[in-house]
Write a protein that binds this ligand. Structure first.
Ligand SMILES: *Cc1c(COP(=O)(O)O)cnc(C)c1O
Length: 400
């Protein structure tokens, strides 16, 4: 990301946390001569699946690929509808379009930013095959409600937990369950801005052996284990994850507790540094969830328009601070407007959240001083934008 004069921002938005151990592990694979389909793949899969509390893991080359394989494994296709959220990374809806299925969006809950379960039943039709809910920003959706609804209408339940590795959800019986294990099948992603990275990568996690077997086959050209390479059993893809990626992912998984603790620390610094700033609402966990921090997105409650939000972005970038708008509502992307006729106003809570959402620099090695600098700059920028807006309103009112 660059400032308006083209120079790079001094505090970047995100970045991987790579130690000598990762460098060594990847080098060892290079020296081994076996750089794809070796022993690291099942090792990495076992580690992530076990951590999430699932029996099976099928690692692939991205989170998007993982979602695509899930859609295929559940035989969701042309004419089918899947209930999902418009407030997410675009891949959680695009994976439906790959198979000519239609996303059926419902609005979100303004406080958790996750799908609003109260609105789901009204959106179910005879074509609905599944619910695909996202644990947005590492905050688990209301999975017990989702399971009830899915059970009542015999729908498959897909968990896009790509932003939520390590997050926990409190069950009604008082126990805790990890993100990824809360639907019929879950996914994690390992792009460098996620909790852990393998460079690129993703994984399907599930207790459903049939789904696991289909995904395992389809990631590797439709081959079944133990059969002739030249005779695939079904249509498949090359979604394989190399040993280099797996070696990197394994070391990151070994460090997961340390990594999540660092992220908690950075979030706590932010919470403190931002608490006094008017118009800034930091995310706050409830009793029902334990957030695994993915990004640090605050809500600018006084922000009235996209133009104002843009001025905040510009002000921060001019001060050397990278920032971003998580998320632009999926239903308002040109592709979705044209294909499905969605328009502004269809999902007002998601649209309002998007208009006020500001993701600040967030990564493991961010220091307390940097967090405090971000907070200082944000305070300055907000009062500047406020003055500018008040001035514009005065000009408009007096017609000068
Ligand atoms: C990151 C992410 C994905 C997958 O992303 P890839 O870049 O394909 O690994 C999917 N869904 C959500 C919500 C994500 O944040």
């Amino acid at each position: 990301m660059a400032r308006s004069d083209g120079s790079p921002c001094e505090i970047r938005l995100s970045g991987p946390d790579i130690t000598e151990e990762e460098v060594e592990a990847v080098s060892a694979v290079l020296r081994s001569g076996r750089i794809s389909l070796g022993p690291r793949l099942p090792e990495f899969e076992r580690m992530v699946a076990h951590y999430a509390g699932c029996q099976h893991g099928v690692a692939v080359n991205s989170g998007t690929s993982a979602l695509h394989l899930i859609v295929r494994a559940l035989e969701i296709g042309e004419g089918d509808e899947v209930i999902t959220t418009p407030f997410s990374f675009v891949a959680s809806s695009n994976c439906l379009l790959f198979e000519r299925a239609a996303p059926r969006f419902v609005d979100i809950d303004g406080s958790t930013l996750n799908i609003n379960c109260d609105l789901i039943e009204a959106a179910i039709t005879s074509r609905t095959k599944a619910i695909l809910a996202v644990d947005v920003f590492g905050w688990p959706a209301d999975w017990e409600r989702l399971r009830e609804i899915a059970g009542k209408y015999s729908l498959a339940l897909i968990e896009d937990s790509c932003e939520a590795l390590g997050a926990r959800y409190r069950l009604r019986d008082g126990g805790w369950a990890r993100a990824g294990s809360l639907g019929d099948v879950g996914t994690f992603a390992f792009y460098p801005n996620k909790q852990i990275t393998s460079g690129e990568g993703g994984i399907v996690v599930t207790n459903d052996e049939k789904i696991a077997k289909l995904c395992r086959s389809m990631r590797n050209q439709g081959r079944d284990d133990g059969t002739d390479w030249g005779h695939p059993s079904r249509l498949g893809y090359n979604y394989r994850l190399s040993e280099l990626h797996c070696a990197l992912g394994i070391v990151q998984m070994k460090r997961i507790e340390e990594i999540l603790a660092r992220r908690n620390q950075v979030a706590a610094w932010y919470q403190e540094a931002l608490s006094e700033i008017e118009g800034v609402q930091p995310p706050r966990a409830t009793e029902e969830v334990e957030i695994s921090w993915f990004v640090y997105a605050v809500r600018l409650t006084a922000c009235r328009s996209r133009a104002e939000l843009r001025r905040v972005f510009q002000g921060l970038r001019e001060r050397g601070i990278a920032c971003s708008n998580y998320f632009y509502p999926i239903h308002l992307l040109p592709l979705y407007r044209e294909k499905f006729g969605y328009k502004r106003g269809d999902f007002p809570v998601a649209e309002a959240a998007s208009r006020q959402s500001l993701a600040l620099p967030f990564f493991n090695r961010l220091t307390r001083e940097e967090v405090e600098r971000v907070a200082r700059c944000l305070r300055e920028v907000l009062s500047e934008v406020d003055r500018h807006s008040a001035h514009s309103r005065r000009v408009a009112a007096t017609g000068q």
